[in-house]
Ligand binder design. Structure first.
Ligand code: FPP
Length: 248
């Protein structure tokens, strides 16, 4: 290990009084993590789901207001039936457990994406989770399911155009804020920090509208190995950035 690596691996100093309000994560690297261990990709997703649970619980503990994760994209349907089935099975398991524990955990859950493509059973579970969540006002976890950022913008544009046709909206009065009200993320502040593990340096259609001023943190760590220390490094890196929003 080089001196640089050793220094990098030290636990980072986080100012917990000054956390971002909203962190978004692309949970990437499950397949490669499994392959390294000669295991099927679905095994990697299973461990990735556990990592999600640990990180979501920790985010709530430290007082984060919003956590958004990319669980399944509009493009992920191209994967084998077996892999898609495994991810959907993990989501079902997670939602069933979450519903059972919501009273205790008091985590609010929301879903971004076109849920109509999911099985009726999964849709029902998402709906139930949403309904129960209305009782809570703590940390909100948004799970992106069958989500694509461009798809989200096109849907919003269609809904807005429809409101214009029906006389409910006037294009002369359209603002970024009003348009944001047509997105899946309506009412949720933009993520200040977006984390992508697994060494990939791209956004992959994740929150393109909402990430206009986000800070990015990339790490080679694969999602199943992502832990609290890595989250600390990401937050500490964010806290050292100078955010000017186009000003000086
Ligand atoms: C990306 O890694 C990961 C996915 C497409 C699925 C993520 C799903 C989970 C973590 C499990 C279910 C989620 C919840 C919220 C319970 P990849 O498969 O693209 O990995 P690779 O790039 O190494 O192939």
């Amino acid at each position: 290990m080089t001196l640089f690596n050793r220094r990098q691996k030290q636990d980072a100093q986080v100012d917990f009084q000054n956390l971002p309000r909203h962190i978004a994560i692309i949970m990437d690297g499950n397949g490669r993590w499994a392959k390294k261990r000669n295991m099927p990709r679905s095994y990697g997703h299973g461990v990735g789901a556990e990592t999600f649970r640990t990180i979501a619980t920790y985010c709530k503990e430290i007082g984060l207001e919003y956590l958004t994760v990319y669980a399944f994209s509009t493009e992920n349907w191209k994967r084998s039936q077996e892999e898609v089935g495994a991810i959907m099975g993990l989501l079902k398991k997670y939602l069933l457990e979450a519903i059972g524990q919501m009273e205790r955990d008091r985590v609010k859950m929301e879903f971004f994406g076109d849920l109509s493509a999911l099985t009726p059973e999964l849709q029902e579970l998402c709906e139930q989770t949403r309904e129960i969540s209305k009782r809570y006002d703590g940390c909100q976890v948004n799970i992106c399911l069958n989500y694509g950022g461009r798809d989200e913008i096109v849907r919003a544009a269609k809904a807005y155009a429809q409101d214009c046709l029906e006389g409910k909206a006037d294009p002369n009065h359209l603002t970024e804020e009003r348009f944001g009200g047509y997105l899946f993320s309506k009412g949720v502040p933009d993520p200040e920090l977006i984390i992508r593990p697994s060494g990939e340096l791209r956004l992959s259609n994740f929150l393109p509208w909402q990430s206009a001023y986000s800070e990015f943190y990339f790490t080679d760590v694969l999602w199943p190995d992502f832990d609290k220390e890595e989250l600390h490094r990401a937050i500490a890196a964010f806290q050292h950035r100078s955010r000017r929003f186009g000003g000086v």
